[in-house]
Design a binder for this molecule. Structure first.
Ligand code: IMP
Length: 436
């Protein structure tokens, strides 16, 4: 029994949805602690395919209680849409989902401002998901935001939304040609928020009760370490704290609540949006990996940039998060390749660098130093037993373990839940004593 944080160790889209879904049977509570519907988790089970954005992946497990913490920004229209879509697929949501009253609303004006700013930035754009996430967190920090708890006082909610929308409109109008939300769109957001009222309740209190009863909690991270507002590739980052250390405190629990940190890392690297990406492949090989790995965004459908595994960045992720173990995803995507390089350092101005820089201008000038690993050139699709992996595939995983200093406890060999190698070794065996 353990409380575990699951974080993305790269630039997001590492396959956290599948890993969270796989581990859910070992947890009674699954809580989202950051981001909003900029996240996209794809979960495939048998022939069914679920795309989740705001609701924790635990919702697909009837025994799991799902929570949305105070650090999440909630677009009420998007959340309502997701609830309705899940219910349409036979998944019960109401009664199992608790949303913190402290979570801030993403309003239509936040979305419009996000889109307007990106359009104005032109070539200098961040490549946001256009979901209004940055502006919503700005309102929160500026103390002009609207918290979802106001649904318990509809009149005050309407006033607060009107006031915030007026202020946002001033910012939107600074961008030529930008669309300002209509009164109907704003009213639809208020109506959606009000319909969520029965699901609003004290997440901190609920989780503290779970801790007291010894019921294990999974903290489900969104985005990835290199998109963290403080430690990521600023300004090409998201606007929330992504790191494992923020998980418990942002939910109103002491940091010591956490027993372990599992990072999900893809066997290669992808990134959506702009910003430096040292190991990027802009050639036919990059395209081959994109196609084979189906690297197109769950949220926006954008093609993802692809590249080799970056151990410099991943080592920084280990240090920043306190990662105890790794889930390595999409290993099978590399099956055909004759050689698989791993970046173990960067080269800049004739010097070799082994620490991830704080400034993106420096990062943009760095070229990777690669250690070539031989490819296994045989299918690993669907393998569930570590010993049955081709020897060279095991060598690749072992090399990553050595470079990162933490064990690889899960390996994903296909998109389905059942296409996974679960290694019953420490610390996974300690966190989850029973077989999944
Ligand atoms: P925002 O979070 O929409 O403001 O976008 C900021 C940056 O984070 C952009 O580069 C996005 O592509 C990226 N981003 C946000 N959420 C995700 C995610 O869930 N996966 C991958 N990238 C993301």
């Amino acid at each position: 029994m353990a409380n575990v944080v699951i974080v993305g160790g790269q630039w997001g889209d590492e396959g956290k949805g599948k890993v969270v879904d796989l581990l859910c049977p070992a947890f009674q509570h699954v809580v989202r602690f950051n981001g909003g519907n900029n996240a996209g988790h794809t979960v495939r089970f048998a022939d069914r395919h679920f795309a989740l954005h705001l609701i924790p992946s635990g919702i697909l497990h009837p025994a799991c209680r799902c929570l949305i913490g105070p650090g999440v920004v909630v677009d009420p229209t998007a959340l309502l849409g997701e609830i309705t879509a899940l219910e349409g697929q036979g998944v019960s949501v109401r009664g199992r989902l608790l949303v913190s009253p402290r979570a801030h609303l993403v309003l239509p004006g936040h979305r419009a401002l996000d889109v307007a700013r990106e359009a104005t930035r032109g070539a200098g754009r961040i490549g946001t998901t256009g979901r209004g996430i940055g502006p919503a967190y700005e309102s929160r920090a500026a103390r002009t935001g609207v918290r979802i708890g106001l649904v318990r006082r509809p009149q005050r909610l309407r006033e607060a939304v009107a006031e915030a929308s007026r202020e946002l409109e001033l910012s939107i109008r600074r961008h030529e040609g930008a669309a300002v939300p209509t009164a109907d769109e704003i009213e639809a957001a208020v109506a959606a928020a009000l319909s969520l009222a029965p699901m609003v309740g004290d997440v901190s209190l609920a989780l503290a009760g779970a801790v007291g009863r010894g019921e294990p909690i999974m903290f489900e991270g969104a985005q990835g370490t290199l998109l963290d507002l403080d430690h990521g590739t600023y300004p090409f980052v998201t606007s929330s704290s992504v790191l494992a250390g923020s998980a418990a405190p942002s939910c109103g629990l002491p940091a010591r609540t956490i027993d372990g940190v599992l990072a999900v890392l893809k066997a290669y690297t992808t990134r959506v949006g702009a910003g430096p990406f040292p190991t990027e492949l802009t050639d036919a090989l990059g395209e081959q990996i994109r196609r084979r790995g189906n690297e197109f965004g769950t949220t926006t459908g954008r093609p993802r940039r692809t590249g080799w595994f970056d151990a410099v960045a991943a080592r920084a992720a280990v240090r920043w998060n306190g990662i105890d173990a790794v889930a390595l995803t999409k290993l099978d995507v590399l099956d055909d390749l004759p050689e698989i390089p791993i970046a173990t350092a960067y080269q800049t101005g004739g010097a070799e660098v082994t620490e991830f820089p704080d400034d993106v201008a420096d990062l943009a000038e760095m070229t990777p130093v690669y250690e070539p690993m031989p490819g296994w050139r045989t299918s690993t699709v669907g393998i569930t037993d570590y010993e049955r992996l081709p020897e060279l595939a095991r060598r690749y995983a072992t090399r990553l373990e050595a470079l990162l200093g933490v064990p690889v406890v899960l390996i994903s060999t296909g998109p389905r839940r059942e296409e996974t190698i679960v290694r019953r070794i420490a610390p996974l065996a300690r966190w989850i004593p029973q077989p999944l």
